[in-house]
Design a protein around this ligand. Structure first.
Ligand code: CIR
Length: 253
């Protein structure tokens, strides 16, 4: 069960955030409204939400999942792969220290984005993407092992982050799209396949029994309901324009 979440208010500069989506620039006022709705959804799932202030120096800083990884035993501050995002870690570290006495760090030349790290109980799958290199992944594995947990690397291509195409929904349930549907690392899971035309919906979050998913993906929503999940759709279209999924907008712990 999750008790807390950390989110960060989007800044005006988000309209200049990194993107390859070709969906146009986000509409700032709408993004703020959607962010509020996202916070409400988390609260509805019984989570206390810490909201960090907007920081105009970092256009992508609302995607708080990337600069930190929060586990049961420790927090890990990452070294984000994109140069414009490296400075996001300072504010996240301050916020995380209020909850975690033990804070670890990924050091250069290792790079790691939290979006590449998927927690399955005490094991962490780490996607080797353009943002996360094997040095960063191996540092994370060493940190996890020193705290009685484990990690393994997942080769990947085509997607920004591991969790762009993959979400763990507890009790061995995995939502997957694209190449992850055939990936050997995930064959033991009960995989719920997302259709190619709804691939954005593969990024969703399990929060205390409810799956918060992006609005507008009717087939995936139906599949999740048929699999027995309570589903809470939230419109995050303005974040999709920046290649950001639902999971990237919060740290849950
Ligand atoms: C970026 O490219 O870094 C941001 N525009 C989107 C980050 C999304 N984060 C995530 O999937 N964990």
């Amino acid at each position: 069960m999750f008790k807390h979440a950390i989110v960060k208010t989007p800044c005006h500069a988000m309209i200049n955030g990194i993107t390859e989506a070709q969906l146009g620039a986000p509409h700032y006022a709408l993004a703020l409204q959607q962010h509020q709705n996202y916070i409400q959804a988390l609260k509805q799932c019984g989570v206390a939400v810490t909201v960090l202030p907007a920081d105009e120096n970092f256009p992508d800083s609302c995607f708080v999942e990337d600069p930190a990884i929060l586990t049961k035993a420790c927090a890990i501050i990452t070294n984000p792969g994109a140069s414009s995002r490296k400075g996001e870690t300072d504010a996240i570290e301050k916020a995380v220290k209020a909850f975690y006495p033990k804070v670890e760090r990924i050091q250069p030349p290792g790079t790691l984005d939290g979006g590449d790290v998927m927690m399955v109980n005490n094991h962490f799958f780490i996607g080797l993407s353009d943002r996360s290199n094997s040095n960063g992944a191996n540092q994370l594995i060493a940190i996890l092992e020193s705290h009685g947990m484990s990690g393994s690397c997942v080769a990947m291509s085509e997607m920004l982050h591991l969790k762009t195409g993959l979400s763990y929904l507890e009790n061995n349930h995995l939502v997957a799209s694209g190449a992850f549907l055939q990936h050997a690392a995930f064959e033991k899971f009960n995989v719920l396949a997302v259709d190619p035309d709804e691939s954005y919906a593969a990024n969703c979050i399990w929060v205390n029994g409810t799956v918060i998913m992006p609005a507008g993906f009717a087939k995936t929503q139906k599949k999740l309901r048929q699999a027995g999940f309570d589903v809470l759709p939230v419109d995050v279209s303005e974040f999709q324009k920046l290649d950001g999924g639902l999971s990237c907008l919060s740290l849950r712990f």
